[in-house]
Every structure is written in C-alpha cells, then in structure tokens.
Ligand binder design. Structure first.
Ligand code: IMP
Length: 423
C-alpha cells in the first residue's frame, strides 16, 4: 500500500495536527518525519484542546500506531511532559507509540547553543523557537549527534559528557550573557531519559517497509511548512530540516516510489511567526482582524503571528516542490466579515511581473500584485455541508483550484474535528 504524505504549504501553523487527527481513522500508522518540539500541533475534540510537539497527531485514536521517525529531533524533557499530559487523558502510549533508534536527541546544551547563537545575531536573529533544533541538526550533519539507539549502549553517558563539554566551550565563545545551571538542567534531562527508555525503540525504516508490504496504510506527518524548508524556504529564516515531501523519504526511510497521495494544507490567508520575508504581510486593521479572529498566537511560544493575504505565488511553488495531489484549506471561517478579500497572483520583481517564487522575496525586492474578491458575512463555524457555503467563498475556492490545478478536498471552518467540510 502507498504511503500518503501530509505537509504544510506555508510558514507552518496551517492546522496539520487537526487534519492528521481527522484522517487517522483511515490509517494504521501515523509517522512524524522531521522537526521536533519547535512544532505545536493543535487538536480540538470533545471541548478540549490538546497541543502536541513531538508526538504524532494520531495518538488520540486507539487503533493507530504512532511513530517518531529518524528525521525527528527529540527533547526528552519536552517529550516526557507530552507523555504526562497523555496519561491524564488515559492514552495508552506504551502500546501505541514507537520511536526510531535513528532519531537524534536534543541535549540541554543544544538549547543553550540556540539561545547564545540567536542572542549574538541581534537584529538579524531568525526568531527561533529556541528549542535547540538548529544546533541538534548541526550535530547530526556534523556527525557528532547522540541518537535514541545510543541510549541502549553502556557508553552513551561518556559520549554525552564529551559532547556537552564541547557545547559549553562553544557557548562561552559567543559574546553574550547567558545564565544557566547545567547541573539543574541535567537532573531533569536524565530523569526524562529514563522515561524515554521505557518506550519501544525500533529500526523504523524496516518496520515501515514491512508494514507497507503487509498492506498497512501509513500517513507521514510533516511539521512546520514548506516555506521554512532549509533548502526551499526563505533562507536563512527557515528551520533546520527538510519540511517538504523529500524530507518524508529521508526522515522515515521510505522510497519515493511508494508515495501515494500528497495532502497539502494551507490557510485561507497567510501567517508567519518569527523573522523573515513575507510579501503579503498586512500592517493594517485587516491583518489585526485576522490575528484576533484567527487566534494567531504560536502554540509553542505564544508569540503573536504576522498575518497577511493568501499568496498564490508562494503556494504554487510549495505545490510544485511537494507534488501536492489534494489541497485542504484551513480557517475559512476567519475570513467571514471581510467586505473584500485579496489574493496575490504575481509579484513585481525588479520592474518585471513574475509568477514564480524568486531567490529574494524581501519587501524591497518584490511587491505583491493582487486580485480582489467579494467577501462573505455568514458564520461558517456551524456549517457541515459544501452546499451551504456562501457563493463568494465558493468563488474564492474555485479561483485557487483553477490557479493551482489541484482540487481542494477539504475546507476547515473551525478548530474542532467536527468543523470540517469534505468536498
Ligand atoms: P527553529 O526551527 O525553532 O530554529 O525556528 C526557525 C524558524 O522557524 C523561526 O522563524 C520559527 O518561528 C519558525 N518555526 C519553527 N517551527 C515552527 C512551527 O512549528 N510553526 C511555525 N513556525 C515555526
């Protein structure tokens, strides 16, 4: 059976958690393939909001196996906190959660390095979530990292000490004031490692190969968004992993020819958290309204998100890089009440009109060219059928589909599982 992929097409926070949760009943295995606790996947059902950072969003369904893939970086301390919350909801994670031996560990000193590096950048800072993501992936590609499978070896603590010592001297290299007590950080780290060790570690690429051959259905869950991809995003204002479809192959060990559907998730408008270019960003009342109505605050950091109109140039680029086969439009309800709406369909770039996402998308290099749309007033949050959607929303949806040449199969009209309209 094919492996389906689910990816964010913008700068993250598209609502991937909700959709994985909605789709999980169709899949036997949900596998996270990159990122780490920089992600915040929000799920709402039965009146309760759940935020997951590292654990796949299928964890609340009894039957699915949830796999943390080799491409993910795990902070044991945050992971333990997630497990504690799952226990409160009586989730039997010992049975339904497995971890790749090849996933890398975020050490307390990776977080310190992240903080020191960001502080030293001043105005040029990335706006990182400061979860140690960048330094951990640097150690991975630098061939210094510690992996989950290392925890099964007696020598892992020696390896840990050597790496933590090296990190401490690197921290002191930065000319910044960073107050920390590593001993204290290590107490909670080692406690959390013991909890992590109580879970099942697997050779996940073989597990997935066998599962796929046995006809099991697998959904690969991405984190962040395509425009934060370390290769294709708005570098250097990106995360440190491949958030695009190719990242699912390297982050899980699945072959490209077993990929089936590629679900692309996008918001009906655009948001971004942290620094970096954002051509359709709004600094007026409309942007403020999107932020307020859409509750646009980071699920991981609480920072308010920057908001702007839908950018089809960027969305088309993300669809191309990922090979998206089905689109899912989130937060359509947030746009209710706008008299008119805009969609960016081209950029003015160095005096020319262009339709592709260029190397430089900073505001001084590109300005968006918009098409106007009529708004709608209806409250969508109680709608459950396509036939009830307002005419002007249908016009908005049809335009996007026509421009991208990809069907929008789902429209989300609220955070709850039930507030989902299939088309
Ligand atoms: P880092 O991955 O924490 O180092 O953050 C790098 C950039 O990616 C920053 O601009 C973050 O705000 C952004 N980022 C990282 N993870 C997420 C996410 O899950 N949603 C949205 N933005 C994210």
């Amino acid at each position: 059976m094919a492996v389906d992929l689910l990816l964010g097409l913008q700068w993250g926070d598209e609502g991937k958690g909700k959709i994985v949760d909605v789709l999980t009943s169709k899949y036997n295995i949900i596998a996270r393939f990159q990122g780490g606790p920089n992600a915040g996947h929000t799920l709402v059902f039965n009146g309760t909001k759940h935020v997951l950072h590292t654990i796949p969003s299928g964890i609340f369904h009894k039957k699915a196996i949830n796999l943390v893939g080799n491409g993910v970086v795990i902070d044991p301390v945050i992971f333990k906190k997630e497990l504690d919350k799952l226990s409160l909801h009586k989730v039997d994670y010992q049975k339904s959660l497995v971890i790749s031996r090849k996933a890398h560990l975020i050490l307390p000193t990776h977080r310190l390095l992240d903080a020191a590096s960001e502080a030293s950048k001043g105005k040029a800072k990335i706006g990182s979530t400061l979860k140690g993501i960048g330094p951990t992936y640097m150690d991975k590609t630098g061939r210094n990292g510690i992996r989950v499978g290392d925890l099964e070896l007696d020598s892992w603590k020696e390896k840990y000490r050597a790496l933590a010592n090296k990190h401490e001297s690197m921290v002191s290299f930065y000319d910044v004031d960073l107050e920390y007590d590593l001993n204290e950080l290590e107490v909670e780290f080692f406690e959390a490692i013991n909890v992590l060790k109580s879970l099942t570690f697997i050779d996940s690429e073989d597990y997935l190969y066998q599962a796929q051959r046995a006809g099991k259905s697998i959904l690969a869950e991405g984190a962040q968004g395509s425009l934060l991809d370390v290769d294709f995003g708005t570098y250097p204002f990106v995360t440190s992993s491949n958030t695009t479809a190719a990242g699912a192959c390297t982050g899980l060990g699945i072959a490209p020819n077993v990929i089936g559907k590629v679900y692309g998730i996008f918001k009906a408008y655009t948001t971004r958290v942290g620094s970096g270019p954002f051509p359709t960003e709004l600094f007026d009342k409309d942007g403020e309204t999107m932020g307020r109505v859409g509750n646009e605050f980071g699920a991981t950091t609480g920072r308010s998100r920057r908001c702007g109109w839908l950018d089809l140039v960027a969305l088309k680029y993300a669809c191309q890089v990922n090979g998206v086969t089905e689109l899912m439009m989130m937060k359509a309800d947030v746009l209710s009440g706008f008299k008119s709406l805009k969609i960016c369909t081209a950029y003015k770039h160095k005096g020319e009109i262009i339709y592709h996402f260029p190397f430089n998308v900073e505001v001084h290099n590109v300005s968006p060219i918009y098409t106007d749309f009529e708004g709608w007033d209806e409250d969508l949050t109680k709608m459950s059928n396509e036939s009830t959607l307002p005419k002007s929303l249908n016009a908005y949806i049809n335009f996007i589909e026509k421009e991208l040449q990809i069907p929008i199969k789902l429209v989300s009209v609220g955070p709850d599982r039930k507030q989902t309209i299939f088309r």
